[in-house]
Design a protein. Structure first.
Length: 99
């Protein structure tokens, strides 16, 4: 994941970001804490699962507010098209069909 730097550091440089996965009916799961604006989130569920995340910044004074929630859907590559067939052609075009 990647996020933009905070637009307002409150007068003190940002020293860290906290990225959490928002879990339904559970405490949020911290998936990253550090100074980078990117994080690799592992241990996500199977395809078809939605995940929601929020991030906040921290300076020497304390934590800023949480960002809006961002939801992502985990998907897999589609399978190859099934049963391709030539449905029509001439010297200027070819028409194909598949399932």
């Amino acid at each position: 994941m990647e996020w933009a730097d905070s637009s307002d550091d409150g007068g003190s440089p940002i020293v860290a970001y906290t990225l959490v996965e928002v879990l339904e009916n559970q405490d949020d799961r911290i998936v990253y804490y550090g100074a980078s604006l990117t994080a690799v989130v592992e241990e996500l569920g199977p395809a078809g699962t939605e995940f929601t995340f929020m991030v906040k910044s921290t300076n020497l004074v304390g934590d800023g507010p949480w960002s809006d929630q961002f939801t992502f859907l985990i998907v897999e590559k589609p399978s190859s098209p099934l049963n391709p067939s030539l449905t029509d052609f001439d010297n200027t075009f070819v028409s194909l069909a598949w399932q």
